[in-house]
Design a protein around this ligand. Structure first.
Ligand SMILES: Nc1ncnc2c1ncn2[C@@H]1O[C@H](COP(=O)(O)OP(=O)(O)OP(=O)(O)O)[C@@H](O)[C@H]1O
Ligand SMILES: [Mg+2]
Length: 287
């Protein structure tokens, strides 16, 4: 036995200096590793408007399933029921039949207060019209969500707001009000406002419709990257087929029925680095 070994025996050094090799981790089966858990399910959803001769069925028995960390597009012709489905799935419009389960809970069986809390905690909405407060700066639009929604202290709210604005490439614009921002910048602020609370679900109804293609693509890309990074399920209604490559799954509605259910779209786009990105709901669908 060498002198050094004898010394080490008498004065053992902390274990962290000589870590034992890490045990080999079992490799998960690839099909299990790739499939994130189900986050939101709609079953046999029916919704009509009007009555008698004027009754229109916007949803005619739609069953659909969305997974965490996935970006989903909802497409289809005008009047096919997209905004109605988004509103029903997101807790804004009560269906006439069927059920919605989110995080294992039956959404439309919740009481009003419980539903309000659920939406506040888990859901974010982005709409075409941005819906920003005209009097607030970009930073304040995000801060207010954290202060009102979570009771977040001012200093922390400011830090989190600045962090998200930075990710969206808006650090230099955080002091500007909506009237001083371009359309693409306003939509990025709206996305920041949606994502700053780390929602479980992001619902967007035509978030890029008012933007030119470059801005629209950037907004969609930032929304998708951010949502994936934060583990959110994202559902985007769009008419624009050019957004398809940015999504994990594509669903299509025709006359209130699902004609494409997203199962075939299993190729997530490659992760990209860059700036990153919230939602609004259709007024008509909430009526
Ligand atoms: N509040 C409402 N009152 C009466 N009918 C409604 C209402 N909201 C929607 N509808 C009807 O339900 C059907 C589906 O409407 P919805 O807004 O969901 O379509 P959409 O796919 O979002 O269309 P678009 O692409 O034009 O936005 C349409 O026939 C529409 O007229
Ligand atoms: Mg619509």
């Amino acid at each position: 036995m060498s002198r050094l070994t004898r010394l080490l025996d008498r004065f053992p050094l902390p274990r962290r200096l000589f870590p034992s090799p890490a045990p080999a981790r079992p490799t998960p089966a690839p099909h299990i590793a790739r499939r994130p858990p189900t986050a939101l399910t709609g079953t046999d959803l029916v919704r009509s408007f009007g009555s008698g001769e004027n009754q229109t069925y916007a949803l005619n028995g739609v069953s659909v399933e969305f997974r965490q960390r996935e970006v989903n597009l909802l497409m289809g012709p005008s009047g096919s029921g997209k905004s109605t489905l988004l509103a029903v799935l997101s807790g804004l419009l009560r269906p006439g039949g069927g059920s919605v389960a989110a995080l294992g809970r039956d959404v439309w069986r919740m009481g009003e207060d419980e539903m309000e809390r659920f939406r506040l905690r888990h859901c974010s909405y982005i709409f075409q019209g941005y819906n920003l407060f005209p009097a607030l700066t970009a930073r304040e639009q995000l801060e207010i969500v954290l202060k009102w929604g979570e009771g977040c202290p001012s200093r922390e709210a400011r830090k989190r707001a600045d962090h998200v604005l930075g990710q969206l490439g808006l650090a230099a614009k955080s002091h500007l009000r909506p009237a001083e921002l371009s359309g693409g910048e306003k939509q990025r602020v709206a996305i920041g406002r949606a994502l700053v609370k780390n929602p479980t679900f992001v619902f967007a109804d035509e978030p890029t419709a008012a933007l030119d293609w470059e801005n629209g693509r950037q907004v969609m890309r930032l929304l998708a990257e951010n949502a994936r990074e934060r583990g959110a399920m994202v559902l985007v209604v769009t008419h624009d087929p050019r957004l398809v490559p940015l999504a994990d799954r594509v669903f299509e509605l025709t006359d209130g029925r699902l004609t494409r259910d997203g199962r075939a779209d299993a190729t997530p786009p490659p992760a990209r680095k860059g700036p990153r990105l919230h939602l609004q709901l259709p007024q008509a669908a909430t009526a």
